[in-house]
Design a protein around this ligand. Structure first.
Ligand code: SF4
Length: 476
């Protein structure tokens, strides 16, 4: 974002603590919607020419920073709440086969583009379970990546890995740090033993405490906890107890997601008994409890499920206008272009989105035939670019500089978004935003809890009547 925006940003009001008012608003606005880690959302991807992707890659300059995402799809046991693209297996031979194909994908990209010359300022290993790989395999993967891409050493790089706490010990943490990772995200979900049993993910709090100690001792740049509310067997009391442990362990960043129960879409969720799920009213109270407790404990509510310590680089980036949102959630704006490697990964090169095959067989077959495993994607239209800019700005800064949008895109905002004005006015009447200052849209403290709903107003695709509407998670 440009410095101009930073000068007009409102002071970030923390979300309000009036539970009655929040409940009323959340009840009114609870509906399905995308999380806007991309716009258009991946549900809009369709057939795409790989050559168009290669053309987009060719447009990048050698010095342009690059973000890399590598997907490791394997997990050793299923967590029942899971909606990720993963393969549950104990068969370690699969890893060898997968690493070999990742190598082929990297080699093909190196052969067909100049990506390898660009400094990788951000690297993210996600899954599945990246730590399903043993020490030798993890080392091999990082060496492969360093062979085919330009990894950088400077401490400002963001090299992150998602860790399943059940798969690592102190020596593995040391190895991960030694391999160059400086950010860790731990999948916690909930500390209550009953809840852990109901989701098939047992990881006692003392195990996490030891792990946090090991991570702190290795001076990682940041530690993130992933947590979920709305899980089976969760109660207000169990969430309160979990929050107490979270605050005691003091991660730098916290992602607190809403559990989306979509058993018709995710087979693993069929193991969850619907009667064990907290009813919507209780879920609502959980959300307000989470926000109140974490903000009281000194965390900044960044927006859309994320909390950070006040001195965290993401908090600073929000204040100085360098925050962005991508497939991994909030991030500091370090690289425009993202290349995703591995099954189901998504790349974004100058607004040209492509996605790899989601099935291992299709992914392997393409690479065996020396083809990039891209199966779908989308080239952004000028309208997509405009709306993406608006959605990014709202989700990162809870503010929209309408005057800048008009200048940059050569539009008259009221005329261009004429059809949306009644919705924006309704949101204003409900106190979620203000249009009172000419040329500016400010999201209120209440509105910051419903950022997804405000972004949804600008989502052209949600309005389209398609025969099979995609299913998104609910806002609450
Ligand atoms: S939640 Fe993570 S570890 Fe559990 S099954 Fe899903 S991808 Fe695997």
């Amino acid at each position: 974002m440009n410095p101009e925006i930073a000068t007009v940003l409102p002071p970030y009001a923390q979300p309000p603590l009036n539970p009655g008012r929040i409940a009323e608003l959340l009840r009114k606005y609870d509906r399905q919607g995308p999380r806007y880690t991309s716009y258009p959302p991946a549900t809009q991807f369709a057939n795409v020419e790989v050559s168009r992707y290669l053309d987009a890659l060719a447009d990048g300059k050698c010095q342009d920073p690059l973000s890399l995402y590598i997907h490791i799809p394997f997990c050793s046991s299923p967590c029942y709440y899971c909606g990720c693209n993963k393969i549950v297996t104990r068969n370690r031979v699969q890893v060898r086969h997968y690493l070999e194909h990742l190598r082929r994908e990297m080699a093909l990209l190196r052969l067909q583009s100049s990506l390898h010359q660009r400094p990788v300022t951000q690297l993210h290993l996600g899954g599945g379970t990246p730590t399903f790989l043993d020490d030798a395999e993890l080392t091999e993967l990082v060496h492969l990546t360093a062979h085919y891409f330009r990894l950088v050493q400077d401490e400002n790089r963001d090299y992150a890995i998602e860790i399943d706490p059940r798969t690592v010990d102190r020596s593995r943490i040391e190895l991960i740090r030694g391999l160059g990772f400086n950010r860790i995200s731990l999948g916690i979900q909930d500390f209550d033993p009953q809840v852990q049993k109901a989701i098939n993910r047992i990881q006692p709090v003392d195990m996490i405490e030891r792990l946090v100690g090991d991570i702190r001792a290795r001076a990682f740049g940041s530690l993130n906890f992933d947590l979920i509310y709305g899980l089976p067997k969760q109660t207000l009391k169990s969430v309160e107890d979990t929050l107490r442990e979270v605050i005691r362990l003091a991660p730098d960043r916290i992602s607190y997601y809403n559990y989306a129960h979509l058993p018709e879409r995710f087979a693993a969720q069929r193991a969850i008994h619907t009667e064990d799920l907290p009813p919507p009213g209780v879920k609502l109270e959980m959300l307000t409890l989470v926000i109140r407790t974490l903000t009281d404990a000194g965390y900044l509510y960044l927006g859309m499920d994320h909390f950070v310590k006040m001195d965290d680089p993401l908090a600073i980036a929000q204040a100085n206008g360098t925050l962005c949102r991508n497939f991994q959630g909030y991030s500091i704006h370090k690289a425009e272009d993202l290349v995703g490697l591995g099954v189901s990964s998504i790349s974004n090169i100058h607004g040209m989105f492509v996605q790899n095959a989601a099935q291992l067989n299709t992914y392997y077959q393409a690479l065996d035939e020396n083809r990039l495993p891209v199966v779908k994607g989308r080239e952004s239209t000028q309208e997509d670019v405009l709306r993406r800019d608006i959605i990014q700005q709202l989700s990162c800064y809870r503010f929209l500089d309408i005057a800048r949008i008009e200048r940059e895109y050569g539009i008259d905002f009221e005329e261009h978004f004429n059809l949306l004005l009644p919705e924006l006015e309704q949101l204003e009447r409900d106190g979620l935003l203000s249009l009172a200052t000419p040329g500016k849209l400010f999201v209120s403290a209440e509105g910051s809890l419903l950022l997804r709903n405000i972004c949804m107003v600008f989502d052209e695709y949600l309005r389209q009547d398609t025969p099979s509407k995609p299913t998104f998670s609910r806002v609450i």
